[in-house]
Design a protein around this ligand. Structure first.
Ligand code: PBG
Length: 329
């Protein structure tokens, strides 16, 4: 209940910095940040991603060093995304289940150098398939159940390399339960699952697909498995199923254009809920800041704080290092 003006003047609490801090409802800290990192072959290389200014593809040794930097800034976890060499890609994404593939080598290097930072890896086939889809194609359709079997093997291989959190980003039906069972059967019952539960068929993933090299490969779109951007209720059904199948944490993706979904998921289920501020969101902000159209000192933390206000427990963001530095002063 609020008395009316002039008894109530909401500006009173905004008058000084100390009182603004006193009434602040949400606080962003480095604990809220997950840093997605692109991994490439080679030694001691950092190759800029053209469509993501300030973001590099790092060789495995550099990834391990970057993990150390993230750790020292207080970032709890990093997410690794491999750029698979074109000659290693095939129709069925076989390389995904190779225990010595690029992402597994990166996991081992990070865990060896920094055992106490969390490592997250996707379960999805798109970095490994010649056609760029997240599953295998049979009769012109991304085959659900057969793809799930491969995702299970991919998850086990990544867990064996030391991955702490498997993040199924493929949007096949039933994959969370199948991956949980496969991990448990191999003795990885302590490995967590962060499900990309409500993942939309979004145009905002464009720069990411450049970064991992799946855009040139991608034939068609992902609308037969990723969600329709027009739907909200369906996201709640996706999340409900994933929780029932054993997801430890759920994610909404993309981020800012889908904050309504974050809020609904958090209110309805009260589970650890994350948002992915995706590549296109990063590039929009970074591009405008580079041109001087927006003030980076203001918009980066403002956008990340919006996720907290919407109810997210954390954000996957390419700004993680930059933001953590700002937050640490
Ligand atoms: C792979 C995957 C994608 C992203 C994360 N995991 C791309 C896609 O589904 O096409 C997007 C991340 C980003 O845009 O930053 N399934």
């Amino acid at each position: 209940m609020t008395a009316s003006f002039p008894t109530t003047r909401l500006r009173r609490n905004r008058r000084h910095d100390w009182s603004r801090r006193l009434v602040r409802e949400n606080t962003l800290t480095p604990d809220d940040l997950i840093w997605p990192v692109f991994v490439r072959e080679g030694r001691d290389v950092a190759e800029p991603v053209a469509s993501m200014p300030g973001v590099d593809r790092l060789s495995v040794d550099r990834v391990a060093a970057a993990a150390g930097e993230a750790k020292s800034l207080g970032i709890p976890a990093i997410a690794l995304f491999p750029q698979t060499l074109p000659e290693k890609k095939d129709e069925d994404g076989t390389e995904a289940t190779n225990p010595d593939n690029l992402v597994c080598r990166a996991i081992r290097a990070v865990k060896e150098a920094h055992p106490d930072i969390g490592v997250i890896c996707d379960a999805a086939l798109d970095p490994f398939t010649s056609h760029g889809h997240d599953g295998v194609i049979r009769d012109g359709y991304v085959a659900n159940d057969e793809s799930v079997e491969i995702l299970c093997r991919q998850s086990v291989v990544q867990a064996a390399a030391g991955c702490d959190i498997i993040a199924p980003s493929d949007m096949m039906d039933g994959r969370v339960g199948a991956i949980r069972a496969a991990l448990d059967a191999e003795g990885f019952d302590r490995v967590r699952i962060m499900s990309y539960a409500a993942k939309y068929a979004s145009g905002f993933y464009g720069p990411f697909r450049d970064a991992v090299g799946s855009s040139t490969a991608l034939k068609g779109d992902k609308k037969t498995y990723q969600m329709d951007p027009a739907n909200g209720d369906e996201a709640l059904r996706e999340v409900e199923l994933d929780i029932a199948e054993g997801a430890d944490m759920v994610m909404v993706k993309p981020g800012l254009p889908y904050l309504d979904i974050v809020r609904r998921v958090k209110d309805r289920f009260g589970v650890p809920t994350y948002a992915y501020q995706v590549s296109g969101e990063y590039s929009m902000l970074r591009g405008a800041v580079e041109r001087g159209w927006l003030d980076g000192d203001r918009v980066i933390l403002e956008a990340l704080t919006a996720f907290k206000r919407a109810g997210a427990d954390g954000v996957l963001t390419y700004f993680a290092i930059d933001a953590a530095r700002r937050l640490n002063g």
